[in-house]
Write a protein that binds this ligand. Structure first.
Ligand SMILES: NC(=O)c1ccc[n+]([C@@H]2O[C@H](COP(=O)([O-])OP(=O)(O)OC[C@H]3O[C@@H](n4cnc5c(N)ncnc54)[C@H](OP(=O)(O)O)[C@@H]3O)[C@@H](O)[C@H]2O)c1
Length: 339
């Protein structure tokens, strides 16, 4: 079968190469999935650059955590799936429910093999049915970005409820999925972006507060102005140290900040004093478990939510997909079709 690997020790996109590999076989309790699409997340560009946790990878690795496909074979004892089911793998192996714990829950695409291959074997516990209303391309955007957004909004702290204000930073994969899920939950959504055209596209998705963070470096003042001084009940914090100060200043009383990303780097004013004054709280988010994924999928189906796909690349164009993500001109998700 065709697959991509990132070569051991890779520190550039040159380390991403297409290879032939033996087609895997489903053992007991496992399903063989013919992959149809995979999507990229910000972390996926850090792996070939040798900048993901732990530095350059020690052995060749199939990239990407997020994909969707069709079950084409099942091993002995499989009860959760049948041949023909449309499925997504989960971001973590061996993480069905409950709190994160220091047990063996490796993530696909680093440190264990991911989904950018024609066939992938999953343990039946490490997969979910894709939402019935989504194409393979749309479903391939869910395992990391979608579950992270759901976790931030609906699981961490007080779940978002109708009438809340949710602030999402930028218009990347996690933020737009959060926008869509928050709208479906009845929240008002504010969006920041470096680009006015992207803000207009966010308006079309239902965002009602649009803030250009380049022309408004102190964008928390815009959040307060747009909410008549109330602030955001939930901040989907994908920026990290460089945006956290403004996120804290954007917070409503008793609001929550979901700490997710590092897009703005690792340097900034992270003094938590404002959170204390506002009785706010902060939650670290590391994607989520299978139960979150399945609950999110119900909401996606009931509300007929379709994740925003910026651009679709063919399998042989994978390198261009990585470069497109690195360029940060995208709006939503970048997908590679397989097969
Ligand atoms: N903790 C977890 O479980 C988890 C899960 C998923 C992702 N993440 C992290 O979350 C972050 C977002 O991931 P993603 O896959 O959604 O990324 P992405 O799709 O690459 O997001 C890129 C967008 O983020 C916006 N952005 C960049 N710098 C920004 C800044 N300083 N302030 C505000 N917005 C900024 C830009 O939007 P505009 O062009 O509109 O300005 C950019 O287009 C990454 O750091 C990723 O590693 C963490």
């Amino acid at each position: 079968m065709k697959a991509y690997v990132i070569k051991a020790g890779s520190t550039s996109f040159d380390g991403l190469v297409q290879v032939e590999k033996p087609k895997p076989v489903a053992g007991p309790g496992e399903i063989l999935v013919e992959m149809r699409a995979a999507s990229l997340n910000f972390r996926d560009i850090l792996v070939p650059l040798g900048r993901y946790f732990g530095g350059p990878i020690p052995a060749d690795l199939i990239p990407l955590s997020d994909g969707a496909g069709e079950v084409v074979a099942i091993g002995a004892g499989v009860t959760r799936f049948k041949i023909g089911d449309r499925v997504c793998g989960t971001f973590f192996r061996n993480y069905v429910d409950g709190l994160p714990a220091a047990v063996d829950r490796p993530a696909l695409g680093s440190p264990v093999d991911g989904v950018l291959a024609e066939f992938v074997v999953f343990n039946q516990q490490d997969a979910v049915l894709a939402p019935a209303n989504l194409t393979f391309i749309e479903a391939a955007t869910l395992p990391c970005a979608g579950v992270t957004a759901w976790h931030a909004l609906m699981v961490a702290g007080r779940p978002v409820r109708p009438g809340d204000t949710v602030l999402v930073l930028g218009t990347g994969g996690v933020s737009l999925q959060a926008l869509q899920l928050a709208k479906a939950a009845g929240a008002r959504v504010l969006v920041t972006s470096s680009d006015d055209k992207k803000l207009e596209r966010a308006r079309a998705l239902g965002a009602s507060g649009l803030i250009n963070y380049k022309s408004h470096p102190d964008w928390h003042t815009e959040v307060m102005r747009l909410t008549n001084g109330h602030g955001a009940d939930c901040v989907v914090e994908v920026g990290g140290a460089g945006t956290l100060k403004n996120s804290m200043l954007s917070l409503a009383y008793a609001g929550k900040i979901a700490m997710i990303g590092v897009l703005s780097g690792f340097v900034g004013d992270t003094n938590p004093h404002t959170v204390m004054l506002k009785g706010g709280n902060m939650h670290g988010i590391f994607v989520g478990n299978r139960a979150m994924f399945e609950n999110m999928n119900k909401a996606i189906e009931v509300n007929d939510i379709h994740p925003i796909v910026d651009q679709i690349f063919t399998f042989s164009q994978t390198a261009a997909a990585f470069q497109h993500l690195q360029g940060q001109s995208h709006f939503g998700k970048i997908v590679v079709t397989i097969g």
